[in-house]
Design a protein around this ligand. Structure first.
Ligand SMILES: [Fe+2]
Ligand SMILES: [Fe+2]
Length: 179
């Protein structure tokens, strides 16, 4: 009974609410994955990369909470997600960054899918809310791609990985100068 009353007051369709809850879980998973990466890098002597992934983990947590709060603000039901099966071991330093980029690309695709659903349902309120994440994904993908490119630019031979590690934490994305 109470559930029906809340439902009527919700500004979200059942479909959009479900997609947003799925995204909340994806952000929580991203956060946990980045934490695992921070641990692996730390254990393998890549201190700067470890720091970088700690920061990424925090950002993903923030994304999760931002979505979570939005669902509640709209009268929806935000569901605290279960996060399981996090990969904690990597075969190589480079593999960490390959996974990171793959994850960010998948997240961008996921947001595009939600935005597409918002368009279809004419949910322009959520569509507008998603703009912040679209811009954020530009930055996230840029950083992940730049990090991986360091392996090509610097090379892994000799002190290469040590050099790459030092540069990872300095990657910056300035959307203002991007035009
Ligand atoms: Fe995110
Ligand atoms: Fe991200």
């Amino acid at each position: 009974m109470m559930k029906d009353i809340v439902r009527v007051k919700s500004l979200l369709s059942a479909n959009i609410e479900m997609l947003l809850n799925q995204q909340i879980k994806k952000e929580a998973t991203s956060s946990s994955v980045y934490l695992a990466m921070a641990s692996w890098c730390n254990r393998n002597g890549f201190d700067y990369s470890s720091e970088y992934f700690f920061k990424q983990a925090e950002e993903e947590r923030y994304h999760q909470l931002k979505l979570y709060k939005y669902v509640l603000d709209m009268g929806g039901n935000a569901v605290s997600p279960e996060v399981t099966n996090i990969k904690n071991e990597y075969n190589a330093f480079r593999e960490v960054f390959e996974d990171a980029l793959e994850q960010e690309v998948a997240i961008t695709q996921s947001f595009k899918n939600i935005a597409g659903n918002c368009m279809k349902e004419q949910d322009f309120v959520t569509f507008e809310f998603l703009n912040w994440f679209m811009k954020e994904q530009r930055e996230e993908e840029y950083k992940a791609r730049r990090a991986l490119e360091l392996f090509e630019v610097i090379g892994e031979e000799g002190t290469g990985r040590w050099e790459i590690d030092k540069h990872v934490n300095k990657i910056k994305y300035d959307s203002e100068t991007e035009g």
